[in-house]
Write a protein that binds this ligand. Structure first.
Ligand SMILES: [Zn+2]
Length: 654
């Protein structure tokens, strides 16, 4: 991937982008904890916060799943973006201007390809943004008369029609294409944005994807238009009631919650989110004063959307239609949400089948009351299952208990499960003991099967597939876990004790440090110490690792941890011990390379030279591994023995 944003711009973004601010915009529950900030991790499911943000070094780390990095890494992970896109996003947020790339300096193909892909993506965003405004203008200025007439019948509050930018696609084959051309967009860009269809009879001839429909722009969490949903205005017209944008470079259905950009603040304020069926319901909810409502976009609610919501709240009220399809949807959503630790309520809409209808029939107050009066999901389920049933019959009780237990067993929390078992036993007049026996009968396996039947998928996988290069091209400090561990331990003590940093500065040959994250970090501490800026080392490390192509998670753990105050003797002992291990591993690596070369070299002077070096290095390694020396080196009295240093120097000068 080409990194073409100039370094000084990256530095400027890093300097302006406050990680607490950025993380908080995604996780409103991020809270002060000493000198750090804490929250439940957005990348894995957890109940107690182990996700730490360190404003001093501008880094984050999750002690639960090990993910970590700097402000760029965070945006890349949470938005599923490549580095340049994440940098661009932050640049926009913090008003840093990224200059147009200078093509004359670029020669590399991949760099150009990355730029082109990046620019195309930005053009697609721009096209969507402008198009939403154009659709809106069509509806407001009457140039889409049929759509405007239909829209009147929906009786939508004009304030919210404006906020949600309801628009109209004209009744023309190429109205959008003509407009976009005038705006300077190419057919290629329109194709990439999935806004045109190609004629089957006449390839190369394009027409508008959305025609003669009411248009709802779809935003991503950051409030950028990424697609459209278009409603039929005439039942006679073909193509279904709603037509949605196809997935594109900027639109992934499974990751969109309609209305979340408008709802996130209110979700934080109210402490819960409302999930509706579709965009009309979301708009009705917002108009009625329930601005914490969202909906899955043109697809069933799924795990990815659940995980996105999990960053905002753990409490959800389901506001789905009260027909039987709606009830099935409630059960499906519960099967996804309960295992993730959500607390669920179900809202009912007496006097309407959904929020939109209730708003029209009974007004805003009735909608707010429906949300306020939402009942606990299990109570809802029990009421539904008991309807018209004779609860005096033992067989009926057993059947109902079975049905509910399948859901009660979904939450991971034993406390939650237990309290619901007690509650259900009391409701059905059964012994809690008997219920527990029933729970045992429904094995964990069955519970899992049930979860799949209800559409829940396996727990969220890491978003971005690792793009790490194959192991043999990795730096040794990344590929070799022993070396990574030694460097990590060394880093911890040289960040804790400046004397240890001085010692390592004098004793660690620079060629033993490669470009892996830990090696870079150790080198940075040494350099900072030389510049008399040792205290600033963590922040400098965080900045140096911006755009690092290797996994910086383990490193961020060291940076994010509360600085431990180690005794000087501990630091001295550990530094000596780590240096020794690093040297042994370095010599071992040289030996491996020598042996490889040796095998590939024909007999002769060159091969003899290799043999001589191998013997020397083996001797050096034996000396380093000598039990007597090892004991002394780790005795804690001294950093390292003089002869130890001499041996390694000999080993390192080849
Ligand atoms: Zn985590």
């Amino acid at each position: 991937m080409g990194r073409y944003i100039p370094d000084q711009i990256i530095d400027e973004i890093a300097a302006r982008a406050d990680i607490v601010d950025v993380v908080q915009s995604y996780i409103p529950s991020l809270q002060h904890a000493g000198s750090r900030w804490k929250a439940c991790c957005p990348f894995h499911q957890e109940k107690t916060p182990s996700f730490i943000v360190n404003p001093t070094s501008n880094t984050f780390h999750c002690f639960g799943c090990g993910k970590g990095g700097n402000v760029f890494t965070f945006v890349m992970m949470i938005e599923n973006l490549q580095f340049p896109d994440a940098a661009q996003m932050l640049a926009r947020k913090y008003n840093v201007i990224i200059p147009e790339p200078e093509h004359r300096h670029s020669g590399k193909k991949d760099k150009e390809a990355a730029e082109a892909a990046y620019n195309l993506r930005e053009r697609v965003f721009l096209l969507h943004e402008k198009l939403a405004a154009w659709y809106r203008a069509n509806l407001v200025n009457g140039s889409a008369a049929k759509a405007a007439e239909y829209f009147k019948t929906r009786r939508m509050d004009p304030v919210f029609a404006e906020r949600f930018m309801i628009g109209a696609a004209p009744d023309l084959w190429d109205g959008m294409i003509q407009w976009a051309k005038r705006e300077g967009f190419t057919i290629e860009e329109m194709k990439e944005a999935r806004l045109v269809s190609e004629s089957r009879q006449t390839p190369g001839k394009f027409f508008d994807f959305f025609r003669n429909r009411l248009i709802f722009p779809i935003w991503n969490e950051q409030g950028r238009v990424v697609g459209f949903s278009a409603r039929q205005i005439d039942p006679e017209q073909g193509g279904g009631k709603y037509v949605n944008s196809s997935e594109s470079v900027i639109f992934k259905k499974s990751r969109i919650l309609y209305g979340l950009n408008f709802a996130r603040q209110e979700i934080a304020k109210k402490g819960f989110a409302v999930i509706c069926e579709g965009q009309m319901d979301v708009i009705a909810m917002h108009s009625a004063g329930c601005a914490n409502a969202v909906a899955a976009q043109g697809t069933a609610f799924g795990n990815e959307q659940a995980m996105i919501l999990h960053r905002h709240t753990e409490n959800i009220t389901l506001a789905l239609d009260s027909d039987s399809a709606g009830v099935n949807a409630i059960l499906k959503d519960a099967a996804i949400l309960l295992p993730l630790g959500f607390t669920l309520k179900v809202a009912r809409f007496p006097g309407g089948k959904d929020p939109d209808e209730l708003l029209k029939n009974a007004g805003a107050e009735a909608v707010r009351k429906a949300v306020e009066d939402a009942e606990d999901f299990f109570a809802f389920l029990l009421a539904r299952e008991s309807e018209n049933q004779d609860l005096a019959q033992p067989a009926v009780k057993t059947r109902i208990a079975e049905k509910l237990l399948k859901f009660i067993m979904l939450p991971e929390s034993e406390v939650a499960r237990d309290s619901y078992i007690q509650w259900l036993a009391a409701k059905l007049g059964l012994e809690a003991k008997a219920m527990l026996a029933e729970v045992r009968r429904i094995s964990a396996k069955e519970a899992r099967k049930n979860r799949f039947q209800h559409g829940a998928h396996e727990r969220r996988k890491p978003e971005a597939e690792s793009t790490a290069p194959p192991p043999d091209t990795l730096p040794e400090s990344v590929a070799n876990p022993l070396l990574a561990k030694a460097l990590a331990e060394l880093l911890e003590v040289i960040l804790s004790d400046s004397d240890a940093a001085d010692f390592v500065k004098a004793e660690l040959p620079p060629e033993m440090l490669d470009n892996g994250p830990f090696a870079v970090a150790v080198e940075t501490v040494i350099q900072s110490r030389m510049n008399d800026e040792w205290e600033d080392a963590p922040a400098v490390i965080a900045r140096r690792l911006i755009g690092c192509e290797f996994d910086c998670g383990p490193l961020s753990a060291v940076l994010a941890a509360e600085p431990r105050k180690h005794s000087r003797s501990y630091c001295a002992k550990t530094a000596g011990d780590c240096l020794k291990r690093i040297r042994i591993l370095f010599v071992e690596k040289q030996l491996r390379e020598l042996k490889k070369n040796f095998a590939a070299t024909p007999p002769g002077a060159e091969r003899n030279e290799l043999l001589k070096k191998t013997v020397e290095l083996t001797r050096a390694l034996n000396a380093l591994n000598h039990p007597r020396l090892r004991e002394k080196a780790t005795s804690g009295k001294r950093y390292l023995l003089p002869d130890d240093t001499a041996t390694t120097d000999a080993a390192a000068t080849d």
